[in-house]
Design a protein around this ligand. Structure first.
Ligand SMILES: NC(=O)c1ccc[n+]([C@@H]2O[C@H](COP(=O)([O-])OP(=O)(O)OC[C@H]3O[C@@H](n4cnc5c(N)ncnc54)[C@H](OP(=O)(O)O)[C@@H]3O)[C@@H](O)[C@H]2O)c1
Length: 292
């Protein structure tokens, strides 16, 4: 079968995300076989035409491409263990969230059992799946990705990041780090304004426009990180360390926890103590590398 035809696909794991993935394959016309520990979660998909397998091995044997989306790495290994023989000569794509090391372990395990392996990271929530704005990052076997790129395109925009199976997980977790940093700061900001009964909905448009303005500085920071040249352009690190103290003091005075914002204060102080007070903020990335 070529990738231009409707490649049969197996989806193992039918949580919120797995059901969305299987639904997108069905919508795109792929014969879809599913398996889930709790069988009742397959019922709505079966009503839409999915075949429900009795075991993970039976599910894997049904298709040249098996997509796995389970709670975590340990669960995926546990579920796939008995399906190893059925995966021989087929492609396994694991979209379960995990670390680069876990992805590389998966690739070794798949190779031991004669399967091609592609790891993936889903940068979307279930309602986005099947639409172009759902970005799914992949890395691992370039040949297996090329063979199934069109099929995987049913899930959203498919981006292959290279042959190293750990690369997609690295990007995924780095993007989540940026996202949670933003959410942590936003939640702290809402607690701060909320301490004076300002409705979150009143403050939020300002937060959005401020964050968008700050976003424009990211490419210059990236260039500074890559070049190691961290010249300040009007807002040096020492000034920011001094002003940041007010953020902590105001939090305490307003009865707001400082937990989400303390790590940046510690980092700023380390930057100043290391003699980088005159540099730009991007200098702090180096300090994170030192402590890792
Ligand atoms: N939901 C999102 O917004 C989102 C976004 C990006 C990435 N992801 C990633 O996608 C993966 C799945 O997320 P989800 O939202 O679908 O999670 P979920 O709704 O909690 O579903 C978890 C899945 O794992 C299965 N499972 C858990 N423990 C198991 C065990 N011991 N044995 C067999 N199966 C087990 C569940 O089976 P049962 O139905 O039998 O419990 C279910 O299929 C995670 O790695 C998550 O980080 C999720």
């Amino acid at each position: 079968m070529t990738d231009d035809e409707q490649t049969p696909v197996t989806v193992i794991g039918l949580g919120d995300m797995g059901r969305a993935l299987a639904g997108a394959f069905l919508d795109a016309g792929h014969p879809t076989t599913v398996w889930n520990r709790t069988a009742s979660r397959a019922e709505a998909l079966a009503a839409r035409g999915a075949t429900v397998a009795a075991t993970p091995a039976e599910a894997a044997a049904a298709s040249p491409l098996t997509v796995v989306c389970l709670l975590d790495h340990g669960t995926a290994r546990e579920v796939l263990g008995p399906a190893a023989a059925a995966l021989r000569g087929r492609t396994l794509v694991d979209l379960t969230n995990g670390t680069p090391r876990q992805a590389r372990e998966n690739a070794e395990w798949a190779a031991e059992h004669g399967a091609d392996y592609v790891d993936g990271g889903i940068m979307a929530v279930p309602p986005m799946i099947g639409r172009p704005e759902a970005l799914v990052l992949y890395s691992g076997s370039p040949a297996a990705f090329a063979a199934h790129e069109r099929t995987l395109g049913a899930l959203g925009t498919a981006m292959h990041l290279g042959a190293d199976p750990g690369r997609a997980a690295l990007y995924d977790l780095a993007l989540l780090s940026a996202m949670y940093g933003m959410f942590g700061g936003f939640f702290h900001a809402l607690a701060l304004t909320g301490s004076e009964k300002i409705p979150a909905a009143e403050f939020t448009p300002l937060a959005i426009s401020w964050l968008n303005a700050m976003m424009t500085s990211l490419p210059a920071m990236a260039r500074a990180v890559d070049s190691g040249e961290h010249a300040a352009t009007g807002s040096n690190l020492g000034m920011q360390a001094a002003a940041y103290v007010n953020l902590l003091d105001a939090s305490r005075e307003q009865g707001v926890a400082t937990g989400p914002v303390e790590p940046m204060q510690a980092l700023l102080h380390r930057g100043v103590a290391a003699g980088h007070g005159g540099d730009g903020l991007s200098r702090l990335v180096e300090l994170l590398r030192v402590t890792s």
